[in-house]
Design a protein around this ligand. Structure first.
Ligand code: C2E
Ligand code: MG
Ligand code: MG
Length: 473
């Protein structure tokens, strides 16, 4: 039986039924109900703090520009105007939703401006200390909030530079020889104004951090409640082989929040990991998967299917993880070879004896292990030799790249070859078009998963779909 693609969501059929289930429901919870997701709330808090700080910076610069125009200190006027313009541009970036870029730019202003002032103009005297460095922690805290949202090397460097310069200028009264000290009358009240403004900016950033922590703790409480109130669901996405025969499914977690609707995995799984909730959630997933496999073992059309589940690092590292898995397999009388545990490279990289022992134990009991998102981590291939991995899943970031760019294509071909040479099954995820399927099939991939054959969907919908797939004899 050929796969009937009418029922599946290809990238061309965005409004098809299961695309609707997976993505449209998420979108509707955002836009239709206009309820705010945790990440949206945190983004909004950060945006308000950044806008407030930059706005204060602009007013501060404009005030001093006017002041120095009257004082005829044109060098400082020029500098103030440049910093005002850059600040206005960073505000503009935030308005057009380039939040990280806007904050990074404003942080550069909050680093360069005080440093230049400390080096050339703000000369400490026995009566009056240097104050320009007080703006540095304001930039560092804002940067830290941005780093939590979107970690980057540049962001981390700017934070460290701001802190380093703050320590340096606070601990010394270093100035260059060619200083142009500000007149005493300006420093008299200017020092107080600068100190007040910098303190206000620091307070805004600290308050925002407190709001973020509150939002996170609300989310953690809601996640705990979600377990009790059974708000988690598993959606199922088909996996096929090179002849488009259905061979298994991947179960993917969904959180159906009673008010916010479906929360995207990227918004709650990292938080659940950070707050140590993944072992509990993972155990629920494991039990659900075993229940489903038990049901499937009773029906001809499902008894040969494998069921893959994702295992987070801290769940896998629980001391009794392997016993729990085997316990559930025995409780539900499941054929262990039908259960595939997807682990990521960070678990494999841990590479400690107990990890390998756990894997060997599970593998000896018949449970299959798969390496998810292959190629995205610090791909040290040695673990493929040491660990009983049966399948690698090539990350979907390689899929379109392999079609667009020769180097990526060669890389993917190499990865597939390594996998096949090591006798592993090689699955590629994120196949959306027939062209992508053709390229990966010709490159030797043995298994495939992606919207071309179906988005993740509720169990009953998946069972209704089964008739449209080619099945193993
Ligand atoms: P993953 O295990 O690599 O899952 C594949 C992700 O790619 C899923 O996103 C799936 O919906 C999406 N996907 C599948 N085919 C296509 C396609 O053709 N095109 C595109 N653009 N995307 C496709 P999802 O469900 O949001 O899950 C994201 C990640 O969250 C998963 O990545 C996995 O790492 C994690 N996750 C999901 N469920 C669980 C779970 O039960 N436990 C744990 N620990 N992690 C989970
Ligand atoms: Mg996976
Ligand atoms: Mg993956």
């Amino acid at each position: 039986m050929k796969i009937d693609r009418v029922y599946h969501c290809s990238s061309l059929g965005f409004m098809k039924k299961y695309f609707t289930v997976d993505l449209f429901m998420i979108a509707s919870s955002y836009f239709k109900k206009r309820k705010k997701n945790y990440r949206t709330v945190k983004d909004q808090q950060l945006t308000i703090a950044a806008k407030a700080n930059i706005f204060i910076c602009i007013i501060f610069c404009l005030f001093w520009t006017t002041y120095f125009i009257f004082a005829k200190m044109w060098l400082i006027v020029g500098m103030d105007i440049i910093f005002t313009l850059i600040s206005i541009f960073s505000l503009f970036l935030i308005y057009i939703n380039r939040i990280s870029a806007g904050i990074l730019l404003s942080q550069v202003v909050l680093l360069v401006f005080p440093v230049i002032f400390c080096l050339f103009f703000d000369v400490a005297t026995s009566d009056r200390p240097q104050v320009a460095q007080l703006f540095l922690p304001a930039g560092a805290i804002l940067g830290y909030l941005n780093y939590r949202r979107n970690p980057s090397f540049l962001q981390a460097t700017l934070i460290l530079l701001s802190i380093g310069c703050f320590i340096f200028f606070s601990g010394s009264s270093f100035n260059l020889e060619s200083t142009i000290p500000l007149p005493e009358d300006i420093r008299d009240h200017g020092g107080w104004i600068a100190t007040c403004v910098a303190t206000l900016m620091i307070c805004i950033s600290i308050y925002t951090m407190q709001l973020e922590i509150q939002t996170e703790s609300t989310m953690v409480q809601d996640l705990r409640l979600a377990l009790i109130k059974e708000q988690f669901e598993l959606f199922y996405q088909p996996q096929i082989n090179a002849s488009e025969t259905l061979i298994g499914v991947e179960a993917l977690l969904r959180w159906h929040h009673p008010v916010l609707g479906y929360i995207p995995t990227k918004d709650f799984i990292p938080a659940a990991e950070t707050f140590g909730l993944m072992p509990e959630i993972g155990e629920w997933v494991l039990a659900q998967a075993c229940k489903v496999l038990q049901e499937w073992s009773k029906k001809a059309e499902t008894k040969d299917l494998t069921l893959s589940i994702n295992i987070s690092a801290d769940h896998f590292m629980q001391p009794n993880f392997e016993q729990t898995v085997i316990g559930l397999i025995q409780k539900y009388e499941v054929n262990p070879s039908r259960l595939i545990l997807e682990i990521t490279e960070n678990i494999a990289l841990t590479n400690c004896v107990s990890m390998v022992e756990k894997m060997n134990f599970l593998s000896k009991q018949g449970v299959q292990l798969s390496l998810d998102d292959f190629g995205t981590g610090y791909s040290s291939l040695s673990y493929l030799q040491k660990m009983p991995i049966r399948q690698i899943k090539i990350d979907r970031s390689f899929v379109q790249a392999a079609l667009d760019d020769k180097r990526s294509n060669k890389l993917v071909t190499g990865i597939i070859k390594i996998g096949l040479d090591l006798n592993l099954r090689v699955l590629v995820e994120g196949i959306e078009t027939a062209e992508q399927f053709g390229v990966f099939k010709n490159n030797g991939c043995t298994e495939f998963q992606g919207y071309l054959w179906g988005c993740p969907m509720p169990l009953n919908d998946f069972l209704k779909q089964i008739a449209h797939f080619k099945m193993k004899n």
